[in-house]
Ligand binder design. Sequence first.
Ligand code: G4P
Length: 541
Amino acid sequence: MKHNELTRRRTFGIISHPDAGKTTLTEKLLLFGGAIHTAGAVKSNKITKTATSDFMEIEKQRGISVATSVMGFEYKGYKVNILDTPGHKDFAEDTYRTLTAVDSVILVIDCVKGVEEQTRKLMNVCRMRSIPVIVFINKMDREGRDPFELLDELERELGIHTRPLTWPIGIGVRFQGVYNLFEKQLELFSPNKTRISDDIVAIDDIASPLLDEHIGADSAAKLREEIGIIEGVYEQFNEEHYREAYLAPVFFGSAINNFGVKELLDTFVKIAPFPQPRETSIRKVDPAESSFSGFIFKIHANLDPNHRDRIAFCRVCSGKFERNKYYYHTRLEKELRFATPTSFMANEKSIIDEAWPGDVVGLYDTGYFKIGDTLTEGEQFVFKGIPRFSPEIFRQLINRNPFKAKQLDKGIRQLSDEGVAQLFLRQQGNVKIVGTVGEMQFEVIKFRLLHEYGAECDLQSLNIYKAFWFTSVNKEQFERFLSFQNPHIAYDKDDHPVFLAEGTWSFHTAQEMFPDIVFHLTSEFKHDTDIVQSIGQWGTS
Ligand code: G4P
């Protein structure tokens, strides 16, 4: 296929449980792409573990990370866009939203730890959106778990089918390298943090004595046996199955030693999908259409009082975005023009004149945007697939200064538009409920309400476990549910009712009492039959 601006784009996210090696892998990919020249350049992107209680420190780091939110580079004729996802669990919602803007993901697993809590949650989001996944099993230089056991765990716990494309020879101090089943070559390992080429030996037939020469007879025999098992047990790799998110190819390597990273990148650009058609409220939009369209998936507000700017991140979905052209903001029904759209390239921001589907453009915003807003060349629609997820912690917002009620109201609404938190209104008692994924957001909210809006508030704990959006084809039961559960019903910012369950028990009771009600853990669902089967699916207990 001859590549054009659309088909040469690869927009993806790297996801992992913290510490599995996401930052290290990102950095090595950037080194290959020539986007950075020294190791350590993207470290500033990482929110350090020690800073967990100091959100201003974290904000400082996030400020730096705006520049690295999208890391674009050219590689072998492809334009690769890595969308950064914060590793810190309190910013998980940011990560979920970023996943609405990618076309595929690379999942990093620590070979010592295997599947971890964040891995499960992030993969649930990927499955929900049928995002194709490539797995990179990292830290093979450490004494990790048996590779077959790891693959079993991935299949069992993440509900994906796997197919190894490379296979490790030994592990930890005995790690000798990998055999690349896709390219039919032996890649030999030697620990090195800076090198970007590997020792590669072409071995078409693993029966070849060349294998014994390079890795020794014992390792060669073991490798032959294991490859026999792989060929017998795992399905053949099929690119279509991968792009349909049915099958996840698996690579083994060591990011810190730059081992297995180039193979990963080479295969990634070959097989990963370019931007695909996207659903909107009225029709599917094809990326090859000539008219521009895009949506906002992230808003970054600078907390530094000297730099009160906001940047809205727009993912281009179709056509060509051009600087200084008027575009139609479909929610506000307003034409907007952007004089300084920016692209992000590792640590540099630069003004761009045009962007293509798959690219992310940073738009300076003075308060026009909410997460999920759509821009077009005049057509009236909104992109679907940018849901809100049930928060994990809920607090009641209490005003501490009656003279500032209006400011508080405006402030909390704007913060919820930015995606800092979700706001629910409980009619009974006119209660404002703020929901977040992590404790830290509450500190951010209090601080910003005070410093930006002059509003003082308390955030009081509530006994709520999850927010469920719900639907039903049975109108009578729907109404009965609304009135029966009235004290536990609140409305989201689009005025849709949610059921605030106090625990798994109250959720299951509600399910039993109202069998025709369908519960959803996200604000957007395909159809009434698109049921969230069980709470367990979300890996929460
Ligand atoms: P994250 O973004 O997923 O949170 O992980 P990050 O890349 O920061 O890696 C977490 C730790 O794992 C780092 O060590 C990093 O050096 C190490 N690491 C990454 N890849 C490999 C690998 O292939 N092998 C081994 N043995 N270690 C690896 P740290 O001590 O927490 O940080 P640092 O002092 O090295 O920066």
